[in-house]
Design a protein. Structure first.
Length: 318
């Protein structure tokens, strides 16, 4: 009985391995548009696909980021500046892409641009804090996607969205998880909606990686800033000691231990763009696979217990 089961499981993985190895043809004629190429995953992916001979259209927030990227890549790669929170900027970039891809359409759209702000208890935050992050991570992504979809449909291409394990598990307050839950929801509906048009949709769910987003100095600065402007009542119920433990948790245990190998993420993206049979979801990082995703399937009471145990206790907790 166990032997049959083992053979079945083995066969399943063999078939999957074989299916996933098949690569789409004519990669050199295919255009891929990537947002957030100044640094991190977007930057590495742009270089990686350029090396593979694909035609990369890289959107950067800053002209400096664009220049640096162009200096490191071939002449095929072109850049445009894009601020995903500005409708005019998105329309201009969409027009720019249209002029380049022409009748071929856009093979790949990678929604990678994202920010993180103040990982802090919700009680310390204001509506503004949430609006800022949703504007980039969710609404910006939606507008970019909707603007470019006609070109992607034309190529029967791919949409790849960068979500996060935070899109499965909401551990700490603030808008980041909310934005990524939103990305997951959108991706699921978009995947079903676009299947009839031959467009495939993939979601990447990385855990914590060393990028601009998890820069220790910046994250701690943001935490301090939120704490400084929190109402006195909030400061009293949490207490300086709780803040100190929280800063210690971030600066000693979470941020320095982020995964360093960004290729784990960009390889998933590359597979989603180049394989004949891409997956719907890719998790990247050992902790995503072994910790956060399994946790997201656990019963809520168990997750609550683990998170409560892991996070610092407020001074005036019961
Ligand atoms: C890094 O992140 C900060 C804040 O999220 C942003 O202002 C800055 O432009 C980013 N830098 C790069 C190179 O992406
Ligand atoms: C990507 O995210 C955008 C905005 O959240 C959404 O419109 C789209 O459906 C998502 N697509 C994929 C493939 O995740
Ligand atoms: C980084 O990750 C990629 C993809 O998972 C792997 O092929 C490569 O060997 C890793 N590099 C290092 C230095 O661990």
């Amino acid at each position: 009985m166990w032997l049959y089961l083992a053979v079945l499981v083995g066969l399943y993985y063999l078939v999957r391995w074989h299916r996933e190895r098949q690569v789409v043809s004519h990669l050199r004629d295919k255009y891929v548009f990537i947002t957030g190429c100044d640094s991190g995953f977007g930057n590495l992916l742009a270089r990686q696909l350029d090396m593979r001979g694909m035609r990369v259209l890289a959107a950067c927030l800053t002209e400096k980021g664009a220049e640096q990227l162009r200096a490191q890549t071939s002449d095929r790669l072109e850049t445009v500046t894009l601020d995903v929170t500005k409708t005019e900027s998105i329309s201009a970039a969409a027009q720019w892409v249209k002029e380049r891809v022409g009748d071929r359409g856009l093979w790949g759209l990678v929604n990678n641009a994202g920010i993180t702000l103040a990982w802090a208890p919700n009680q310390c935050l204001t509506k503004r804090d949430f609006v800022t992050i949703l504007d980039v991570n969710l609404l910006g992504m939606i507008e970019v996607t909707v603007s470019l979809l006609p070109l992607v449909r034309k190529a029967r291409g791919r949409v790849v969205n960068v979500s996060s394990v935070a899109g499965r598990l909401s551990i700490i307050g603030g808008g980041y998880s909310i934005s990524k839950y939103g990305v997951e929801a959108f991706s699921d509906s978009l995947r079903r909606e676009l299947a009839p048009f031959g467009v495939k949709v993939a979601i990447i769910e990385p855990s914590f990686f060393k990028t601009n987003m998890t820069n220790t100095e910046r994250v701690l600065l943001q935490v301090q800033e939120v704490w400084d402007r929190a109402p006195r009542e909030i400061k009293e119920i949490y207490g300086e000691k709780c803040l100190a433990s929280y800063v210690k948790l971030l600066s000693e245990h979470i941020l320095p231990k982020c995964n360093e190998n960004l290729s784990e993420v960009t390889d998933c993206m590359e597979h989603a763009l180049t394989a004949c049979h891409p997956r719907t979801r890719y998790s990247a990082g050992w902790d995503a696979k072994l910790l956060y995703l399994p946790m997201s399937y656990m019963p809520t009471f168990l997750v609550d217990a683990i998170v409560t145990w892991g996070l610092p206790r407020p001074a005036k907790a019961l």
